[in-house]
Design a protein around this ligand. Structure first.
Ligand SMILES: [Zn+2]
Length: 294
């Protein structure tokens, strides 16, 4: 491919490098790295929503509702709040409170050591905490599985009660938690639900969310016009308005920026940024692991 961009020295030797070497050199060369992380990254780290990890954890729910994956199951409208919490309590232990550390996340963190970087993620699991990231550099735009919000979004505050989640898992019978364990909003009395965004209602965004958002926007502002590497990892097309499209837009607006997408699927790239786009289509976990040089 003919490159029009003269800012990135690495691009001149692109064809002779492996994908891991190329990624490492681009990260080294960048003055700032903005990393967008989607579900494909957690899947690469082993936290898949399909297969054995799903069928082992939810055989009863799969048998009742014929779910084909954990995402569908987590978005399902359950018949009542007791069944909702029977599912969600087990889901949040698996994907948050008891989630082990993922190697791909450790590798990424090591690759970014000493770099000027910031992360934005649609993942609501515990992977960044487990891999000991500096959480001041991570913007979790889609909430967290460990947090709750009022179903009516009547006030902008989130709640967390790990002990209650564990009690729900322990005491549920036939896919129902006992009535007295269901959590309710202290302001309006409506049930609480897991902190997540929907197209219809958006999401409860508390003070902590706005702090994260401000830090992210500040980083973008401070590095505006520099050699910025926009690196998206495992981002599909469920919510392109959150990371994919802004990354492409910012690449277009900054002539020194480069857009790198790590994805085995080949998504549409706007014509205007194609000369400054690189797609790494090999296995995410392997590329990151090799790039850290171990
Ligand atoms: Zn409320």
């Amino acid at each position: 491919m003919q490159r029009e961009n003269n800012y990135w020295q690495t691009l001149t030797k692109e064809s002779s490098l492996s994908q891991a070497e190329l990624l490492k050199e681009l990260v080294d060369e960048a003055e700032a790295v903005v990393i967008g992380i989607g579900a494909g990254m957690s899947a690469a780290a082993g936290f898949t929503y399909v297969g054995k990890r799903f069928t082992d954890a939810f055989p009863d729910f799969i048998s009742k509702y014929r779910f084909f994956d954990m995402l569908q199951a987590s978005l399902f409208e359950y018949e009542d709040v007791q069944e909702y919490w029977a599912f969600q309590s087990r889901f949040s232990l698996l994907n948050f409170f008891d989630q082990p550390v993922g190697q791909a996340y450790i590798d990424l963190r090591e690759m970014l050591t000493a770099k000027n970087y910031h992360i934005i993620t649609t993942n609501a699991d515990n992977a960044f905490y487990a891999a000991k990231y500096d959480m001041d550099k991570v913007f979790r735009i889609q909430g967290e599985y460990g947090l709750w919000q009022c179903v009516n979004h009547c006030h902008q505050q989130t709640y967390q009660d790990e002990a209650l989640i564990r009690e729900m898992v322990e005491k549920q019978i036939h896919m129902k938690v006992p009535k007295e364990l269901v959590p309710y909003c202290p302001e309006c009395g409506a049930p609480l639900e897991v902190n997540k965004r929907t197209v219809e209602k958006g999401m409860v965004e508390d003070a902590h969310f706005h702090e994260q958002k401000n830090r992210y926007e500040q980083f973008l502002h401070e590095n505006n016009g520099k050699k910025v590497l926009f690196l998206e990892i495992g981002i599909g097309h469920t919510t392109p308005q959150l990371i994919k499209h802004p990354f492409q837009q910012m690449t277009e607006e900054n002539e020194k920026a480069l857009f790198v997408t790590m994805n085995q699927k080949d998504y549409f790239i706007p014509q205007s940024i194609r000369p400054r786009t690189i797609r790494l289509d090999e296995d995410i976990a392997e590329v990151l692991h090799t790039a850290t040089g171990k």
